[in-house]
Design a binder for this molecule. Sequence first.
Ligand code: DLL
Length: 440
Amino acid sequence: MFDPKAEAMFRDERAALQRHRLWGLVDRLMLAGGVQADRLREAGVERGADVTLAELHKLPFTTKQDLWDSYPLGMLAVPRDQVVAVHGSTGTKGRPTLVAYTKADLDLWASMCARSLSCAGASAESVVHNAYGYGLFTGGLGIHQGAVALGATVVPMSGGMTERQVRMLADLKPDILTCTPAYALRLGEAAAEAGVDLSSLKTGVFGAEPWSEELRAAIQDVLPIKALDIYGLSEVIGPGVATECLEQNGLHVNEDHFIVEAVDPETGTPVADGEPGELVFTTPTKQALPLLRYRTGDVASLTHGDCNCGRTLVRMSKVRGRVDDMLVIRGVNVYPSEVERVLLGSGLVVPHYQMVVDRRKPDVRLVVACEAATEAASDASPEAAEGALAEELTRALRADLGLTADVRVLPSGTVPRVEVGKAVRVVTWESGEPPLPGIG
Ligand code: DLL
């Protein structure tokens, strides 16, 4: 562990620390003024000592809309000259969100990412091949600073230029690979095509987008690694909010700095341990942009049980999906990650797929575009084999999810591969030409 005292702390000791820090946060928010202070006052809170951890769920939420309303940096809780860095995300809806960091925030972020890398077994002797994008996106620079804080050697590759990445993997022999899960697959496939030996790799720390257990298996097939999940969001700090340890048994939330709740997305009330709910984070130690009960839109469950690794931090499940990414197809609600589970779980298709929501007519149709895992058997025509495969997957999606989908098995290489940024699993077809060839 990077910080055993914090990560393996007795739970009641941590709760006392959280309460103390929460009081400090509320005091700072009241002093800074603005929307969070106004809402606290409306809720009858004047100072930190007015709140308790047990009643945190009664305090007001903060939302992405609040950040947008005060764009670019209206929610600062420190004087502007204390801000040393800005990051952000373009967001799935294309609207940017910006976040700010003080020097202390950057130090906190680095130590959170160092914890994440330690979760994956990294140490000062490690070489970390970091293929998260560098720039406004928090993935590249967040992990970079974590690797430096750990004393490891970081190779700042950023995303893209896959051939060069494969060369660096071969030459520098990293033990840790950090990138999105979709890009890990791409790198694995490219290395196999180039005949490059990647046996130096031990673990991968993959996140920034949802990925199923089935995708984990596919990655572990093409790369000689344990593939671990890392979760985070710019608003809370970036990567390093929660990470899976080598037990692969849920993501440890760094709750001494990010107090987490799971709530019913409709009613906002807390859900029971183990039940899926929308994750809500409070950042008691962040300086520039401290958030009280920030609604993430991400759905996962929380478990307070023990983990064999010795960390006592609460664990979150893999993210099932986003509240706003749920597809509603002919009355059936489904997350893209559930479709991924069925497709990849069949073992019949390669792990590259895309969903097209065809909205050209009022009766919305879901097209699932994928590619066959193996060449057609010699006694069947390729068309017949693809048709049979499509039928089988259509049946599997109906049986497992109750989903009516139009599965199209396309020629190898048709579904776009991710080189840079987050995988785009769902596209909408409003009018004109189809977004993918062969799905018309
Ligand atoms: O994606 C931070 C990050 C970078 C996390 C590198 C992990 C690794 P944003 O660009 O602000 O920040 O996007 C945050 O991405 O609300 C989730 O919807 C999604 N997300 C992040 N990690 C995961 C994950 C970074 N492990 C948004 N599983 C979040 C599923 C994830 N979704």
